[in-house]
Design a protein around this ligand. Structure first.
Ligand SMILES: O=S(=O)(c1cccs1)N(Cc1ccc(F)cc1)Cc1ncn[nH]1
Ligand SMILES: [Mn+2]
Ligand SMILES: [Mn+2]
Ligand SMILES: [Mn+2]
Length: 373
């Protein structure tokens, strides 16, 4: 008999829980008047219906994201290693999409849209443990859990911050409010620079007292949201999180990741520590590689990830060994892009919340919305 409810840890495929691919919709929000799109518009509704496969894939990926993250929010505690937390997320996503990613091409059908980021404290993004990492989550840590789920290349990019000490509450509330303000301002013809201004204004209306010192909460000015294309997590448009006169407009049919980052530090991040995140560039020109280890590694990357970001642990689980020289030469020759951890100054604290939204012809759908955030 087919299961009708999810297990803990999550193991039941979402396609089994929701027969004939009717997955729950995200939060549908009417456009404000000036965005002209009208739900009643027959032609808009027709356009919307053309995208039924796209919508089903996106809604399946979003439900996987919600069920895995809600298990993480419930089960992750200080004392657990970062590696086991990352593997809890990754095993959950692979089980619920029904794609283990262990046979060639399987992870291109559905699975992790990009690695499970577990950036701590002053580090804001792109940190996940590499093999041999012994780090353990601590009671006073502020952890950004940022992971992607994709179905047929439709990537849901959503993130939340976990803290076990209530002293960080104002930081988390500031960032949650800023992200929701950004989601509210998004729409057809919305200018990304204006969205940045509203995000910054919301974020910087908060402050936090930590160990007797009061800090203003700053928007991290060199991090941005971004649009998402099939199999391409960082599309072509950025959404600033500080005021800017970037007149780039959001367009009907766009998919955007609206993410904001607050910090008690400089409000500026720099590359720091060892890299774990990589992705083949979409525009990589045909470079004739001399190093045979680079050639064979590129073959593994093409067959298993394409242009989806991956991390060193994903190469390990595929049985790849002694790949660092080849990987570094793929980075040096511009075929693979590296994404080092992005960190504010030591001793500062950063937080993040992120949603993926669909700028549909008739409505704005916050596809990754849950009753958690
Ligand atoms: O900072 S980004 O490189 C970027 C922002 C604007 C243009 S490119 N980045 C895209 C990305 C890069 C590597 C990944 F493994 C996953 C995603 C944003 C992001 N990181 C996590 N969630 N969202
Ligand atoms: Mn499938
Ligand atoms: Mn993200
Ligand atoms: Mn993102």
């Amino acid at each position: 008999k087919a299961p009708t409810s999810q297990t803990e840890p999550p193991t039941v495929m979402i396609s089994q829980l929701f027969p004939n691919k009717t997955y729950p919709k995200g939060e549908e929000v009417e456009y404000k008047d000036e965005n002209r799109a009208r739900v009643t518009n027959e032609e808009k509704r027709h356009l919307d219906n053309l995208n039924s496969e796209f919508l089903a894939d996106y809604r399946e990926a979003a439900e996987v994201h919600r069920q895995v993250r809600q298990y993480v929010q419930k089960s992750v505690k200080p004392g657990q290693s970062l590696t086991e937390i990352a593997e809890t997320v990754e095993n959950g996503v692979r089980a619920l999409t029904g794609h283990s990613g262990l046979t060639e091409g399987d992870s291109l059908v559905a699975g992790m849209g990009f690695p499970c980021g577990l950036s701590l404290n002053h580090c804001a993004a792109h940190y996940t443990p590499n093999a041999g990492n012994k780090m353990v989550l601590k009671q006073e840590d502020v952890m950004k859990v940022d992971f992607g789920v994709h179905v047929n290349g439709r990537i849901v990019d959503s993130a939340f911050t976990m803290a076990f000490d209530d002293k960080y509450n104002n930081l988390l509330e500031a960032v949650k409010a800023a992200t929701n303000a950004g989601v509210r301002e998004a729409g057809i013809d919305a200018r990304v620079g204006e969205i940045g201004g509203v995000i910054q204004e919301t974020m910087e209306s908060y402050e936090i007292e930590l160990d007797g010192t009061t800090y203003p909460i700053k928007s991290i000015r060199n991090l941005t949201g971004h649009n998402i294309l099939p199999y391409s997590i960082h599309g072509t448009k950025a959404v600033p999180i500080v005021k800017s006169n970037d007149q780039t407009k959001m367009e009907e049919g766009d998919v955007f990741a609206i993410e904001t980052f607050g910090s008690t530090g400089n409000g500026y991040v720099r590359d720091d520590m060892e890299t774990s995140h990589y992705a083949k560039r979409g525009d990589a020109s045909k470079v004739d590689l001399r190093l045979s280890s680079a050639k064979s590694l590129l073959n593994v990357i093409n067959k298993n990830f394409g242009t989806l970001p991956f991390c060193r642990r994903y190469l390990d689980r595929l049985g790849q060994e002694k790949y660092l020289l080849g990987l570094n030469s793929l980075v040096q020759s511009g075929i693979v892009e590296d994404y080092p951890p992005l960190c504010d100054k030591k001793g500062s604290y950063t937080a993040q919340f992120e949603h993926t939204i669909l700028i549909r012809p008739t409505v704005k759908e916050v596809i990754s919305r849950g009753d958690d955030y």
